[in-house]
Design a protein around this ligand. Sequence first.
Ligand SMILES: NC(=O)C[C@H](N)C(=O)O
Length: 486
Amino acid sequence: MHDQTLTGLAAALAAGEFSSRELTEHLLARIERHDGALNSFITVTGDAALEAADRADAARALGEAGPLTGLPLALKDIFCTRGVKTSCGSKMLDNFDAPYDATVVEKLAAAGTLSLGKTNMDEFAMGSSNENSFYGAVKNPWDLGAVPGGSSGGSAAAVAAGLVPAALGTDTGGSIRQPAAFCGITGLKPTYGRVSRYGMIAYASSLDQAGPMARTAEDCAHLLGAIAGHDLRDSTSVARGVPDYTEGLDAPLSGLKIGLPKEYFGDGLSAEVESAVREAIAVYESLGATVREVSLPHTHYAIPAYYVIAPAEASSNLSRFDGVRFGHRCENPTDLIDLYKRSRGEGFGEEVKRRILIGTHTLSEGFFDAYYKQAQKVRRLIRQDFLDAFEEVDVLMGPASPTPAFDLGANKDPVSMYLQDIYTIAVNLAGIPGISVPAGFAGGRPVGLQILGTHFAEAQLLNVAHQFQQATDWHLRRPDLAEETA
Ligand SMILES: NC(=O)C[C@H](N)C(=O)O
């Protein structure tokens, strides 16, 4: 059961091959057996999952099942879940049971899915390796000595290991696409505004976006259809109809114009990753697509601009965690200032503190014009680069990350960690959608092909990704989980 795609499981449930309860019990047993080594879950909600599975089975018996009824999923621990710990990977929220469900959580439940629990993540989604979690690092199921990527590393590892068929992640600068690439699964970051951010703990509000992580593009299409749409509770969600993302998956690709940004194939790209990506592009040529080089001339400025804008927004968003309104409170404060200082000092980890300091600095008087305002201007140029490229081609392709998953502990210096985000970050600054699909291996670790489209081109990206998955079998490969965890 655990090797099947979400779509395959939906068909098996509909055909009565097994019940949602049997599937849920099977996956909970796998989590029990393997997650000690992987650490991909912060909270497992087994009892609630089984109750929901029973409700789904009962609905099916009454002929009331929809396409997603009874399917188990996992949720990154950034999504508020009523009555269930919502920690955001932080000691600050270790004692926080959310009082309400995020819109996406509500929507997935309304579609009949059930949650097995909350997945591990870099604290407040700040990181590219999942090593910044208060709950410890997550391990890559392909190699327990490697990171799973971040910040949605728990979701990626859980799907890759077959603990759950799909999960939700969030992507502020690559947090869905890079862990999907590192773990050999498919991950889609939708257009900014496509999915409601209500109830998703804010990191950088102008960049954050939730999206599906699953084995296949087809599975992502089902999930995106369930979570997308306008929400009156999020003013940045866009009032635009949600198409059936599965409808166009089979459209042929002949005549598709692919652009390869030359800046995505330069210095720092691992030779093995490059050759896997070029082979994937050759597959597209064999499917009738044409390929040409394009330029995104401001790519070079994306990391500095992002690491000004994201910390600036984070410093503001995280001010609510002060031990009074939200979060960890220190013992025996002597006065209010002492309470703030020690609660925040004890509750936040090192990387989060670093970003709050950077953010407050770049927003402070005298520095605002030099950093924040400049970064916003650069952001505009980066967006224009993409819009210009999409005048010439339909989609852009390149690597999701310059290297395959690196070893745990290998990127201790924060700047070297930030540089990992070189191919993913500009996409968030521009607000466009992107997907990473499995496209081979480098040194035994998965490689992700990143496909980018213009605003609201999710259906096209899913079609382009799905056709690749019809022609290749990288997405069907599974890691061999070690015997001691098997
Ligand atoms: N949240 C993300 O998308 C990850 C990015 N590496 C960051 O640390 O900001």
